[in-house]
Design a protein around this ligand. Structure first.
Ligand SMILES: Cc1cc2nc3c(=O)[nH]c(=O)nc-3n(C[C@H](O)[C@H](O)[C@H](O)COP(=O)(O)OP(=O)(O)OC[C@H]3O[C@@H](n4cnc5c(N)ncnc54)[C@H](O)[C@@H]3O)c2cc1C
Length: 285
């Protein structure tokens, strides 16, 4: 590993100034599960590592209907959190499905979002829940990024170089909505998804769909919303044939990357299968 200075800013203001001042010379580190691998593999050679661990302003899990999660909260803490469970059990299950307990205890939600690996789990459910990512810079203060606008390309986000993720805000689900997260893991239980799907569905008294969200992971260069599939459900009764059609539409919206977890055609076929399974689950009851 190349040598670097290790700095722990004591306040958010100090951290934001350091990020703005150091630019490409520095890398921000939260849990370090991605950064340390990049350093060890010599894929990055920063002069400085800016560790966020002392920044209590980036911690906290609270809800007043909107769930607010500090960027430094770990996947393990979020999987255990009563507030997360009460907001959406599917969200707690998503955090619990990340890697292994060792990774979950260390890796943070802010680091996960900024890393922007399309095979990660939390972005998929956060997309289906219409999360907003609150970021800040020393020059421009806070701004809010709807999560659908965060992921630009493979490992690339719309974060500016001088911005830090502060927190994630998740609005209340529509009345009566049900949500689920499905992670297809044909190789081992602690693997990244071959494909993953989050679905949210709400219906009126007549059984017609009033709100549909379908998001997929490991199905393209970014975590994506299957908007054609969502539109095919809204205003309609969600029966077997509607679910089958939505699965086919969702698969057509993917752009999978072939890797050791499967070829593009296989992942596309699995996107249809797992979208149908997710929709069947949220359409029950
Ligand atoms: C063995 C292994 C298995 C894994 N399996 C899974 C899996 O199954 N599912 C899954 O979803 N993920 C998986 N991951 C990925 C893991 O979830 C991410 O590495 C982790 O969430 C990143 O969080 P971190 O706090 O460790 O980030 P770091 O490594 O500290 O940082 C990651 C990136 O985010 C930036 N960053 C961190 N915090 C902020 C912030 N607040 N503002 C701006 N930029 C920031 C850093 O500069 C860096 O670019 C796995 C990782 C490993 C090592």
């Amino acid at each position: 590993m190349n040598g670097f200075d290790y700095v722990e800013p004591a306040s958010l203001g100090e951290a934001l100034e350091a990020v703005a001042r150091d630019g490409d010379d520095a890398i921000v580190m939260a849990g370090g599960t991605a950064v340390v691998l990049l350093l060890k593999q010599d894929l990055i050679r920063p002069a400085r590592v800016l560790a966020l661990r002392r920044l209590d302003a980036l911690r906290g899990i609270a809800s007043d209907g909107t769930l607010r999660i500090g960027a430094l909260e770990t996947h393990a803490a979020l999987a255990r959190s009563r507030a997360v469970h009460e907001h959406a059990p599917a969200l707690a299950a998503t955090f619990a499905s990340v890697a292994t307990v060792r990774i979950r205890e260390q890796a943070t939600v802010g680091g996960n979002l900024a890393h922007a690996d399309p095979a990660q789990d939390p972005p998929v459910t956060l997309l289906a829940l219409d999360a907003v990512i609150v970021v800040a810079s020393s020059a421009r203060g806070e701004r809010r990024i709807p999560i659908a606008e965060l992921f630009v390309d493979l490992f690339e986000t719309s974060l500016e170089p001088d911005e830090l993720v502060l927190r994630v805000e998740i609005p209340p689900l529509p009345d009566g909505a049900r949500a689920t997260y499905k992670k297809f893991l044909p190789r081992s239980a602690d693997d990244y998804a071959t494909v993953s799907v989050a679905a949210v569905l709400a219906r009126d008294a007549s059984g017609r769909c009033t709100h549909a969200r379908i998001a997929l992971g490991a199905a393209g260069p970014v975590p994506l919303r299957a908007r054609d599939a969502e539109r095919s459900l809204e205003g309609h009764v969600v029966d077997d044939s509607a679910i089958h059609q939505a699965g086919a539409l969702a698969a057509a919206e993917t752009d999978p990357i072939e890797d050791l977890r499967g070829g593009a055609d296989y992942k596309r076929a699995m996107a249809a299968v797992w979208t149908e399974r997710a929709l069947r689950e949220v359409a029950q009851g």
